[in-house]
Design a protein around this ligand. Structure first.
Ligand code: SF4
Length: 403
């Protein structure tokens, strides 16, 4: 199941299509000094590996613009230059070969400057994002509305879009970021009613994880669910690799992008757990993420309910009485000592990706399912059936039969 998306105008940031039904793209931003070419490139590569389709880099002085000229030809993904205050740096970034510009209408105000940048970008076929931010809203609008309310953010964005259109520039993408989640959501809803340009979503200054992640997901996912949004960024106070990874994962979990990496699910654990689920799940996640296998893996705390509850997972492990039951699509294929279960899971996961489900089910230990069932029944005997399934079934039958 996927969400129906609003179809916006399409533009291209380098090789990445944005809007017009293209896959929602993930953006992130470097935190290095742009003049440090090798350091910045290393971060761009790390962001691309974590899931960023497009990377933004600040262009805040001449050294940064010169750095961009060296970074861009060596970058694995399109680069957007972030420009504040100095329109000349936008012109310099265009000369350096950037694939996109981000301008903040709150701090480049002179119409002739904005138009000069738009004309140059148009000649070079480079799109511009109008990046409105509640924290740096134009002073006149702040005075008019009294606060950075959604109407003010939208007015600022459309004012700038209008200026760009006056010189025939329409490769426009817009963001209206707010640090307050309901205001952010409302700003984008309002904007999407008034324009057909593609929208870049984000909750600004979301803060460090986990709070920053929760705020970002609350804002971005709500809008994506309504079909609004063409590119996204999590603005976390953290290593930007984390924000690229989170952005990519959100899109994968919403079914908006194909799974490229691991999806680890784990039971929350409870009194029936036969193992430290948090420890096993964390260790499994660490090892499996290094392999970047595109599968869903389940870590379950007990064999009584684990394999059944996680039968939709590609592969999983459940713990029981010092042993691990390794299962594929809910079918137990091996039973291993508990201290070897993470290693066995990793080994089987690799084979599963290489050989496929059918082949691995065919290669299952012949006795595994019987051993697992015997151990499961033993556990039910010792610890009882938390769901009281047999008792409840009998009672339901009694009522149905009128006894
Ligand atoms: S799988 Fe077992 S340990 Fe985990 S929550 Fe369910 S009953 Fe509890």
């Amino acid at each position: 199941m996927t969400f129906e998306r609003r179809i916006t105008r399409q533009l291209h940031v380098g090789s990445v299509p944005v809007g017009g039904g293209a896959p929602v793209s993930v953006q992130s931003m470097t935190t290095t000094k742009t003049a440090d070419v090798d350091g910045t490139l290393a971060q761009v590569y790390a962001l691309a590996a974590a899931g960023a389709d497009i990377v933004r880099i600040t262009c805040n002085d001449v050294d940064a613009a010169q750095g961009l000229a060296e970074i861009i030809p060596r970058s694995p993904v399109p680069i957007i230059a972030d420009i504040h205050y100095q329109y000349r740096l936008a012109l310099a970034a265009l000369e350096a070969g950037v694939h996109g510009l981000r301008l903040n209408p709150g701090n480049i105000r002179r119409e002739e400057h904005i138009k000069a940048v738009a004309m140059e970008a148009k000649d070079r076929g480079v799109p511009i994002r109008i990046g409105v931010n509640a924290g740096s809203l134009d002073k006149d609008l702040l005075e008019k509305y009294g606060a950075p309310v959604p109407e003010a953010l939208v007015e600022s964005a459309l004012w700038e879009a209008n200026l760009l259109e006056e010189v025939g520039f329409t490769d426009i993408k817009i963001s209206v970021k707010h640090s307050n989640v309901p205001q952010m959501i409302q700003s984008y809803r309002l904007l999407s009613e008034r324009t057909n340009y593609p929208l870049h979503l984000g909750v600004t200054e979301a803060g460090p994880p986990p709070t920053g992640l929760i705020k970002s997901v609350a804002g971005i996912a709500t809008l994506l669910n309504e079909g609004i949004g063409d590119t996204i960024r999590f603005s976390l106070t953290a290593d930007p690799v984390e924000e690229a990874r989170a952005g990519r994962q959100l899109l994968e979990f919403l079914g908006l992008r194909e799974r490229k990496g691991l999806d680890l699910i784990a039971c929350p654990s409870c009194g029936r757990a036969e193992v430290d689920v948090i420890k096993v799940a964390t260790e499994a996640q660490r090892l499996l993420e290094q392999e970047n296998l595109p599968i869903q893996v389940a870590v379950m705390g007990c064999v009584v309910n684990g394999p059944g509850e996680a039968r939709e997972a590609d592969i999983g492990i459940a713990s029981g009485r010092g042993r691990g039951h390794l299962f594929i699509k809910g079918q137990v294929v091996r039973v291993v000592p508990e201290d070897e279960m993470v290693e066995a899971l990793l080994e089987e996961a690799r084979k599963l990706v290489e050989e496929g489900v059918e082949a691995r089910l065919a290669a299952a230990d012949a006795n595994a399912a019987a051993i697992a069932e015997a151990e499961r029944l033993q556990l039910v005997e010792i610890k009882g059936d938390a769901n009281r399934a047999a008792e409840r079934r009998a009672r339901v039958a009694e009522i149905a039969e009128g006894s």
